[in-house]
Design a binder for this molecule. Structure first.
Ligand code: ADP
Length: 820
């Protein structure tokens, strides 16, 4: 902490020194002396291109070639400036001039080199760079990108503020010290730019490896240029200055190339950026970096290397280079670049608000003063009272208006987030169950924040069991043991739990246990709470895929989503409870109804065969003994009725098992044909008794099915006994086996009363008996077909029915064939 504070103090101290040197540079610019004429250079010949307007007298004429100053030869503009820089405005120098082939020496009084406009622009732009650099550093202490940006910005500030001028200003050596500093800034800028492009918007470790080497090269250039420059100064020597220029021109290549590399690297970050937000931020930075330094290189540095002069005036180039900090400032304000939430926060809103209200106050009081002519104590009291009331009334609407304008203009992001927030809230309201809610929140949150992983846990009420309902890339969360770890997270009901360094400074959160978070791959955990502040679930988030931190807006949004989700879970649980209660009541009612129906119908069904058994048994025992043939007939009736009775009881018992879910089937490989024959054998007596003609159409192929023989026999018996029960005059039953679409089929067809289309869909329901067609006349409990369907379901088969009222019905059982 102490070392961090010291580091900050040292950096700010250096900044202060550099600002002083910058001011000194500006002073040098202000007092720089020059020949009062526009000069140009053409293949080593320095000549007068134009004469400055407003200068009362100068012996120079347009077209004059300047050969030497005070005896020192000149062959470049910079060389000539180097010599005049040792004089002050108002000094007189001797110029060796060639005019129309004639050599002459003219005595010329030096004038002001730079105009006031340049001085102003230079101070403004330079100051802007200084300000931005210091701001980035102060707002983001400890952030590498911010630190590099700081030095880059300050170095550009120094470069803009100082100039190659007035080396000889007093006290002695100050001019040259300022110039050496300028060289240092020049040497550092290109490397700082490359460095910056390697750490912003995210670190690029591969590129960073080359940075120390680049700094070394820049250091070498700096030393070379400084030595050459100091040599040229003492004593001032044009020849030595030419040597310095050579060094500087070589350095210019390095400068241009590095800037190019930096810009290309930033472009690379832009094109490989996965996050829309990051791209938006970078667009501005790249515009700044592209237009600013690239223009400087193309319009100034390279022309100097090639043509020994620039393509544009210095004030234009300084203005162009102001684009970089300007675009940077825009990025900072609009997109919180480097997470610097500049002045345009609440503070801005209230400052603007205060301004507006004060103006209103002043207007009211001022108008009162004008109206009253002169303000007496009483009048002024009344006026200020009225004004204060007006201001108080206008406070809230004005605040809202200003907040809106600031949001719309500068916080596009936050504004969009509000829309997003509203949409999510709407969607959450539509959720009918917790699963749907979990899916929605996971999907939408991931869409907006682009996370490495996200999970939605529900905490079950009594035991506090925690269940992962939905996730994206959160396979880890489902791993055994993880839910216990997750249970250990206890985010506050209001504050999210977050990894400290993954959240923008200024956001409100509770610091998480970094060990546990790293282990689970988490960055942020939010509690989903009920209205009574009971934790119903957890929303757990991994890092953002872009590697950027969670911004204050992100947290605002997440907090709102978590609150909404908690309330929605509350509501859904309540609704579910109500629905369940209602369903339970309905189930109980239905059960009661069925029970009484069942008791009445089954007891009736049991009674009918019992009555006939009893009756025929009594007849057999009666005094009037029947004959042998008749006895046989009575016994057969008793036998048949007993069979009916046992089938009914079997159906009831089976159905009870099905209902309780304990009905078991023992599957073996059996021949369908054999089963059919067995059933027909056992029912032969009944068919004969009731006068039925039975037609059999057994396929020659024997179909092997995997089935429970007893269950299949029961199903077939039910179908055949229905065929008998629901036939009237035409007593014919046909039974056929065949194969169809890989199924072994057995069909039971009768020419009975048939079933209407409307009732077909219900006959397989338990206790259902058709109302039409006179089926009620026949005995039955409505369980036979329900059992048939259950048997077929259990065998992976199906049952089909075709029927026409009055013409008969065909029931077909389809069993999946072995190996079919
Ligand atoms: P149950 O025969 O004991 O009433 P089922 O479940 O076997 O019960 O049959 C349900 C209903 O379907 C019957 O009550 C009857 O109305 C109708 N049904 C079943 N089989 C036939 C058929 N072969 N012909 C006409 N109707 C039938």
């Amino acid at each position: 902490m102490i070392s961090q504070r010291r580091h900050r103090a040292v950096v700010l101290g250096i900044d202060a020194l550099l600002v002083v040197m910058g001011v000194l540079g500006a002073y040098r610019v202000a007092v720089r002396a020059g020949v009062p004429a526009y000069l140009s250079v053409d293949r080593g010949r320095v000549y007068v291109r134009d004469l400055e307007a407003g200068i009362p007298y100068t012996p120079l004429l347009q077209g004059d070639t300047i050969r030497a100053i005070n005896g020192q030869e000149v062959s470049s503009l910079q060389g000539m400036e180097f010599l005049t820089d040792h004089f002050q405005i108002g000094d007189t120098v001797a110029l060796d001039v060639e005019r129309a082939g004639q050599a002459m020496t003219l005595s010329v009084t030096l004038g002001r080199y730079y105009g006031l406009r340049y001085l102003l622009i230079q101070c403004l732009v330079g100051g802007l760079y200084f300000f931005l650099g210091v701001l980035a550093f102060v707002k983001r202490p400890g952030d590498k990108a911010a630190l590099v940006f700081h030095w880059l910005s300050v170095a550009v500030g120094v470069m803009i503020m100082s100039t190659w001028a007035s080396y000889a200003i007093l006290p002695r050596g100050l001019g040259s010290a300022s110039q050496v500093l300028d060289l240092l800034a020049n040497a550092a800028i290109p490397v700082l730019l490359v460095h910056f492009s390697c750490v912003f918007p995210r670190e690029k470790p591969r590129g960073e490896r080359f940075i120390p080497a680049l700094y070394l090269i820049a250091g070498g250039f700096f030393l070379w240029m400084t030595i050459a420059f100091l040599r040229a100064l003492a004593p001032p020597s044009s020849a030595d200055f030419q040597r310095f220029l050579q060094a500087f021109n070589t350095f210019r290549w390095f400068f241009s190339l590095s800037i190019l590399v930096g810009v290309v690297n930033l472009l690379h970050s832009f094109f490989t950026s996965r996050e829309g937000e990051e791209r938006r931020k970078l667009r501005w930075v790249i515009l700044g970096m592209g237009v600013g330094p690239l223009c400087f290189v193309v319009l100034w540095v390279i022309p100097y290397i090639v043509l020994a002069r620039s393509l544009v005036d210095p004030d234009i180039i300084v203005l162009i280079s102001a684009i970089a900090p300007a675009t940077f400032a825009i990025s900072i304000i609009r997109y919180h670049i480097m997470d610097i939430d500049l002045i345009f926060n609440r503070g801005t809103v209230y400052t603007v608000l205060l301004g507006v209200l004060l103006t209103i106050y002043a207007l009211v009081v001022g108008t009162a003063a004008i109206l009253a002519g002169t303000l007496t104590v009483r009048a002024s009291l009344i006026a200020s009272g009225v004004a204060a009331t007006v201001v108080a009334l206008l406070f809230e609407p004005t605040r809202r208006f200003v907040q809106n304008v600031v949001d719309r203009t500068f916080f596009r992001v936050r504004y969009d987030y509000r829309i997003v927030q509203r949409r999510i809230t709407d969607d959450i309201m539509q959720c009918a169950d917790v699963q749907q809610l979990a899916d929605l929140i996971v999907r939408r949150t991931d869409e907006i924040l682009q996370l490495e992983r996200i999970g939605f846990f529900r905490i079950e009420e009594p035991g506090g069991r925690i269940i992962l309902l939905a996730h994206r890339n959160g396979g880890l969360f489902g791993a055994p043991g993880v839910s216990e770890s997750v249970t250990r997270l206890h985010p506050g009901a209001r504050l999210p739990l977050a990894l400290e360094y993954k959240v923008e400074a200024g956001a409100v959160f509770e610091a998480a246990d970094p060990e546990l978070f790293r282990e689970l791959g988490l960055a942020l955990v939010l509690a989903l709470c009920s209205e009574g502040m009971q934790t119903l679930g957890l929303l757990v988030l991994g890092l953002k895929r872009s590697g950027t931190r969670f911004s204050i807006e992100d947290l605002d949004l997440l907090n709102s989503v978590a609150t909404q989700a908690g309330l929605a879970m509350d509501r859904i649980t309540l609704q579910e409870k109500l629905v369940m209660e209602r369903a339970e009541t309905q189930r109980l009612e239905e059960l009661n109804r069925l029970k009484s129906y069942f008791v009445s119908s089954v007891s009736h069904e049991l009674k009918t065969p019992l009555t006939s058994i009893k009756m025929f048994a009594e007849l057999l025992r009666s005094k009037k003994k029947p004959g042998a043939r008749q006895s046989q007939e009575y016994l057969e009736i008793i036998e048949g009725e007993s069979e009916r009775l046992s089938m009914l009881i079997e159906n009831v018992l089976d159905f009870a098992q099905v209902e309780r879910g304990v009905k078991e089937y023992h599957l073996t490989d059996v021949s369908l044909k054999e089963l059919v024959e067995k059933v027909l054998r056992s029912m032969r007596y009944q068919f004969r008794m009731q006068g039925f003609r039975v037609e059999m159409e057994i396929s020659p192929e024997d179909h092997l099915i995997h089935a429970d023989p007893a269950a299949v026999i029961e199903a077939l018996t039910n179908l055949l006994s229905n065929a008998m029960k629901y036939s009237r005059d035409k007593k014919a039953v046909r039974i056929a086996t065949f194969d169809r679409d890989g199924f072994a089929a057995v069909a039971v067809e009768d020419k009975g009363i048939g079933i209407s289309e409307k009732e077909l869909s219900h006959i397989f329901d338990a206790f259902y008996r058709t109302q039409e067609g006179g089926a009620q006349r026949s005995a039955g409990a409505g369980l036979g077909l329900a059992l048939v369907r259950h048997v077929m379901d259990a065998h992976g088969g199906k049952v089909e029915v075709r029927s026409e009222p009055g013409r008969g019905s065909t029931f077909t059982l389809l069993f999946p064939m072995e190996g079919g």
